[in-house]
Write a protein that binds this ligand. Structure first.
Ligand code: UDP
Length: 331
């Protein structure tokens, strides 16, 4: 298929593009490069630098490239920032998303895979979380992702769009070429590895008084390549129906301390840490049930072991110590 990937120059998007290319699809990346990196885009894909709110460029791209399906990943995704700047999150995650839907309707593109988030569940009442559990977001990031999700059945009814909303848990790790680099970095695994590499003096553990076995928060880390493969499967599913799937590895999840221990084992380095206060809005435990996508689409996480995830992130960081900027100028 001819697939447009919005946000395809970002961390997860760039790996989704790699997997789509590997699956034989023709890929056009649509990204305004506000956070993404052109060097992260698979050389087999075409990069169009554009904003989703620029309806003319978007429509022209859909038409000129004869796009048949869209994977929509362009978004703002920082929980803390979303609380400070709800306007930015509504504008980008809802407003720009609706601009994309309007262009798709105009151009007759009827398949959409949407990157949603576990943040739609808020503070969950039970673990593991199932798709049918209540969605009660506790911040504008989760709220705006849910608002977009909730528009989709109406577009299906009125315009025939088939959509898959994929609710990611904690994406982590790297492919050979693509890894995680944000500015500022807020995610645990890259921060821990930066502390291991000496780029950062220490890592702060956000609270060790949670009701978990070691007192630190438990999350469901999913390898970015496993996550990307789910998008390729979802693209097939939206040929004739719509669906919502959780994407995590399930099991017991891993605590912040377990992540730091794994990084110590893999890097062979002492990781200086400091126990800090809790971060506002962090639930103690977030673990997915991914039973639905496993049974309906046959998806399986193959790289779900914490050590495999952390090792891949470490390999990438060693290969690209300056992130894409350094690697691009060195190339
Ligand atoms: N965390 C931490 N120190 C940090 C960054 C994150 O202790 O410097 C914790 C955070 O409280 C959460 C887990 O690590 O329990 C994963 O956080 P991350 O920001 O990577 O992902 P999130 O779960 O917020 O999507």
């Amino acid at each position: 298929m001819r697939v447009l990937v919005t946000g395809g120059a970002g961390y997860i998007g760039s790996v989704v593009v790699e997997e789509l290319v590997r699956g034989g699809h023709q890929v056009v990346v649509y990204d305004n490069l506000s956070k993404g990196h052109s060097a992260a885009v698979d050389p087999a894909a075409t990069l169009v630098r554009g904003d989703l709110r620029d309806r003319d460029t978007l429509r022209a791209t859909l038409q000129a490239e004869r796009i048949e399906a869209v994977v929509h990943m362009a978004a703002d995704s920082l929980v803390g920032e979303s609380v400070q700047r709800p306007d930015k999150y509504y504008d980008n995650n809802v407003g720009a998303g609706l601009s994309l839907l309007a262009a798709m309707v105009e151009c007759g593109v009827q398949r959409l895979v949407f990157s949603s988030t576990a943040a739609v569940y808020g503070e969950p009442a039970k673990q593991p979380i199932e798709e049918s559990d209540p969605t009660v977001p506790t911040n504008p990031y989760g709220e705006t992702k849910l608002a977009f999700e909730r528009a989709l059945p109406w577009y299906e009814r009125a315009f025939g769009l088939h959509t898959a909303s994929l609710r990611y848990f904690n994406a982590a790790g790297a492919s050979e070429r693509c890894g995680e680099v944000h500015d500022p970095e807020t995610h645990l695994i890259p921060l821990v590895l930066q502390a291991a590499a000496g780029v950062r003096p220490e890592v702060t553990v956000f609270g060790d008084d949670y009701p978990t076995p070691d007192g630190t928060c438990i999350r469901d880390y999913i390898h970015v390549v496993d996550l990307a493969q789910a998008h390729v499967l979802a693209l097939g599913a939206v040929a004739d129906r719509s669906c919502i799937y959780n994407l995590g590895c399930g099991g017991a999840g891993y605590s912040v301390r377990q992540v730091i221990e794994a990084a110590g084992r893999i890097t062979g380095r002492e990781i200086p840490l400091r126990i800090g206060p809790r971060r506002a809005g962090d639930p103690a435990v977030l673990v997915a049930s991914s039973a639905r996508i496993q049974s309906e689409l046959g998806w399986q996480p193959r790289l779900g072991e914490l050590d495999v995830i952390v090792a891949s992130a470490w390999q990438w960081m060693k290969k690209f110590p300056g992130g894409y900027r350094r690697s691009a100028s060195a190339a």
